[in-house]
Design a protein around this ligand. Structure first.
Ligand SMILES: [Zn+2]
Ligand SMILES: [Zn+2]
Ligand SMILES: [Zn+2]
Length: 171
């Protein structure tokens, strides 16, 4: 069984269904606290709670589902509350928005976006089981930055969403 942050480091994260997900949540929240502290940003209890809800699993969650989950825990919450919290979390690179699904997923590499001017995020998304895995590949980053550089192009947003079937779901 893969453990905790190993989930992000193992060769094929799709193949880790039995991993200890509670450690994923703990390391995501610890990472978020550290990232915010370093930047002088505040991870308020509400923002933290929304991040925790996003991290319930490795499947992207829509804003309305998050709102319902938050209301289960907090009672009535106005929709803008969740949108503002998500906006903050996305701005900090702690959560990524997947446009193809209109949904949100926790960043698998909190803090690693620090060295970048933008939040480059490359996802493999399974259309069958809904798992979305953020891949980190230095060569891919280099290729994209090189392409943009040669075009004199400044990247503002770089979320690549590749959809298909994971190995498990092809079987
Ligand atoms: Zn996990
Ligand atoms: Zn990320
Ligand atoms: Zn799948």
């Amino acid at each position: 069984m893969a453990k905790n942050a190993d989930y992000q480091r193992i060769e094929n994260p799709f193949a880790a269904p039995g991993h200890d997900h509670s450690s994923c949540i703990v390391s995501a929240l610890d990472g978020a606290e550290a990232t915010c502290a370093r930047r002088g940003e505040r991870l308020t209890p509400l923002r933290r709670q929304v991040l925790e809800l996003v991290w319930r699993g490795h499947r992207p969650v829509g804003a309305y589902d998050l709102l319902a989950l938050l209301q289960d825990e907090r009672g009535r919450v106005a929709p803008p509350t969740i949108y503002r919290a998500l906006e903050f979390l996305c701005d900090q690179g702690l959560v990524h928005r997947l446009d193809s699904l209109q949904a949100f997923i926790g960043c698998g590499h909190p803090g690693s976006h620090d060295e970048e001017h933008h939040h480059a995020a490359h996802f493999l998304i399974c259309q069958e089981c809904g798992l979305a895995v953020e891949m980190r590949d230095g060569q891919l980053d280099g290729a994209i930055n090189g392409l943009a550089g040669r075009a004199g192009f400044t990247i503002a947003d770089e979320t690549v969403e590749i959809s298909g079937l994971c190995a498990e779901c092809q079987g």
